[in-house]
Design a protein around this ligand. Sequence first.
Ligand SMILES: Cc1cc2nc3c(=O)[nH]c(=O)nc-3n(C[C@H](O)[C@H](O)[C@H](O)COP(=O)(O)OP(=O)(O)OC[C@H]3O[C@@H](n4cnc5c(N)ncnc54)[C@H](O)[C@@H]3O)c2cc1C
Length: 465
Amino acid sequence: MDAQFSTLTRIKDFVGPQGWTEDPDLIAPHLIEWRDRWSGTAPILLMPASTAEAQMILSQCHEAGLAVTTQGGNTGLVGAQIPRGEVLISTKRLNAIRSIDPVDDALVAEAGVILTQVQDAARQIGKRFPLSLASEGSATIGGLISTNAGGVHVRRHGMMRAQILGLEAVLPNGSLYEGLSALRKDNTGYDLKQLFIGAEGTLGLVTAATLKLVAQPRHTTVALLALETPAQAVELLHRLEAETAAVAAFEVMNHLGVTLALKNIANVRVPFSDLSPWLALVEFEGPNADLIETVEVALASALEAGLALDAVVAQNEAQAKSFWYLREEMSACQKPEGVAAKHDVSVPVSKIPVFLTLADAAAEKVAPGARIVAFGHCSDGNIHYDVIQPSAMSAETYKALVPQMNEAIHDVAMSFNGSISAEHGIGISRRDEFLRREPEANLVLMRAIKASFDPKNIMNPRVLL
Ligand SMILES: Cc1cc2nc3c(=O)[nH]c(=O)nc-3n(C[C@H](O)[C@H](O)[C@H](O)COP(=O)(O)OP(=O)(O)OC[C@H]3O[C@@H](n4cnc5c(N)ncnc54)[C@H](O)[C@@H]3O)c2cc1C
């Protein structure tokens, strides 16, 4: 305890009064996740304002064998950012955009910069950082890197992994990985930066990254389509891609999800008089002013071919935003309905319809009357498949069934060679299942990598492995 006390005293002296707090009221918001699924404790909150301060903190913690948890915007969905007694390091003061270069198409942001700040900075020079997800007003660059976040533009622009040119990270012993390159090509040995991406804070503390910018699309348009089946959605995706070459996002929502959004979320609107079994939200982008005509022609021919029941193209930005608002509230709208077993699965796109049929049957078997909200990134085969407690069942009874429900839904995804975590990560919520399902040879390799970066296991020690 004395060693811990003197280690923390040295750190406090180094980072100064702005760089730490032990005030429980100030620490409290960092100890709870927004859905109230995870809560924790931390003896101290450290807030380094520079890479050098982050290095000092980690070198001291390493020497004393003090475990740490790193936190960005606290929007992660698998509990990895919530400490359970570890020293908590927040990146909120690592908040500078260090540089932006329109010729290199590169922006260097520190780990605590919020995604919308990066998007705005890129927009100001006529460029774009195309990562986009519902938590973009709070999620940080460090967190998005560490979870290899996906979002709605993955089919066209890839996940976070594909959008990073370079990276700087403090290793668990305080030394620095200096890889802040803006190079598009570099075949000099192992691509070490990729190891930090998706590592969920277990290999080091990311302090900054070079992000890849793309051209700002000159024209965008958004359509909402009423569909009968998920099979129509898959066919429609390919038809619209072929006919417009402009599909940037293709999201789906089932009937119950839309119903609950209308019921539980203020200002949600749907432009159809009858609610169809599925809705698809399609965003198009392209360089030509006739994009909207191209889209309307493609939608008309899809309707004629019986691939949709109805379609509305947003007439202005406000309507486009209202379509997106509906999609973004798919998760929050479930909260008043009770306990939900949430799944972030992916399967090959062609298998989405059969996955949904089999998963519905599996869920019904575990908890008859369970209510299913299925939505997400159809164009990536990534479905957020949430199973809410049956109306007639108590929350306590359903909670006891959640592990069985998770197992059943994940078994269906795995039967198509799918994934039990398409974009949210493993964290602590999926750790046991991941360790059970992952082939032993893969785990041996991952543990060897972890041990070589973090032999004392001080970084996010309860996470992933
Ligand atoms: C409403 C909502 C919608 C979402 N939609 C999507 C979606 O469409 N697609 C998707 O992929 N995800 C989605 N997410 C989850 C997404 O993973 C997180 O929003 C985001 O990636 C985490 O960023 P954060 O800054 O909040 O990180 P945190 O939640 O603070 O941390 C997440 C993980 O990253 C680690 N970490 C954070 N910063 C660093 C750092 N600097 N160095 C090392 N490790 C670090 C933490 O230890 C933890 O393991 C959504 C979340 C919400 C709340």
